[in-house]
Unconditional design. Structure first.
Length: 312
């Protein structure tokens, strides 16, 4: 199969018929074998009924429905599991992503050799301060921390080699950081394409400030798991050792001062309690590292690694 298109959706019953018709016209015009996975993330409108209707007319359009709203990352993850095309393309269901981008995105994967290609909505139609300013900050932090030079990590229009989506797991708000997940999984040829951003025609934005808060937390999670997911003691142990040594050295200094100066009021000094607290924090961090190592070493996936090739 040439291409699988994964479309996460939530309350998009108005846009789905037009979007699916547009996708169908594009893939047929380019003579592509295809499947489209419409993943309903617990919609409360008639979205699922529309998906069923589209499927009856064209079996290439398939559906997955969640019992409740889990979020875009969960919808993408299930779509990735189901997708069987050589190239997987994701797009939003709100008609702001153009299906006309599909052939070029596919070409960049197959001919230019990219592992994944991320869209960049260079010219936007939602230039609001509350949306674009946090997004720019978000992308700047992601670029700085990951080393991946992309302008728009959160663009829903992306293309992947099949092995990329089968090698990653997306949850929380991590759909915005799929390029980072791909990089940590060993896929380093990540490209970018300027794509059309269309004005919203149906429905309302699902944007909210909470998404950005969760997104920053998930970025920290990704960076930590990528570096220390299989060796947590190297993080917690080092941090605990540093804290303990600072407190221990400070305590020794204060104790020596007590012996050198008999009237030295040790327990009346805030520095004494700060030193003890620092040592306790160091011990707790060290113990956290031990517990994390025990959890990691007893995990069913403790020795699961992504292997690209194997000769026997």
């Amino acid at each position: 199969m040439d291409v699988s298109i994964v479309v996460p959706l939530f309350n998009e019953d108005e846009s789905l018929p037009e979007l699916c018709s547009w996708i169908e016209n594009v893939v047929n015009a380019n003579q592509l074998s295809y499947e489209v996975w419409l993943v309903d993330d617990g919609s409360t409108d008639n979205s699922w009924e529309v998906v069923e209707s589209i499927h009856r007319k064209n079996p290439h359009f398939k559906g997955i429905r969640f019992q409740r709203n889990y979020g875009k990352s969960a919808a993408l993850n299930e779509g990735f599991k189901a997708a069987q095309g050589n190239v997987i393309i994701t797009m939003d269901a709100d008609m702001q992503d153009s299906p006309d981008e599909i052939p070029e995105l596919r070409r960049m994967i197959l001919e230019d050799g990219y592992d994944m290609v991320s869209g960049w909505k260079k010219k936007r139609y939602d230039n609001t301060l509350t949306k674009n300013l946090p997004s720019k900050l978000f992308n700047a932090v992601a670029r700085r921390s990951s080393g991946i030079i992309l302008h728009d990590f959160n663009c829903g229009l992306k293309a992947y080699k099949k092995k990329v989506v089968k090698s990653i797991e997306v949850f929380g708000e991590m759909h915005r950081y799929i390029p980072i997940l791909a990089k940590w999984s060993g896929f380093r040829k990540i490209g970018e394409k300027v794509v059309e951003h269309r004005p919203r025609k149906y429905g309302v934005t699902k944007f909210g400030w909470q998404r950005f808060v969760n997104g920053f937390l998930d970025l920290g999670t990704i960076m930590f798991l990528g570096k220390f997911g299989k060796k947590p003691m190297q993080f917690f142990g080092l941090l605990g050792t540093v804290f303990f040594l600072i407190g221990f050295i400070a305590s020794i200094y204060l104790i020596i001062g007590k012996f050198a100066l008999p009237d030295f009021a040790l327990t009346n000094r805030p520095s004494f309690y700060i030193a003890l607290t620092t040592m306790i924090i160091g011990v707790q961090l060290f113990l956290t590292g031990f517990v994390a190592e025990l959890v990691t070493r007893n995990s069913a996936e403790r020795n699961t690694y992504l292997i690209e090739k194997k000769l026997q």
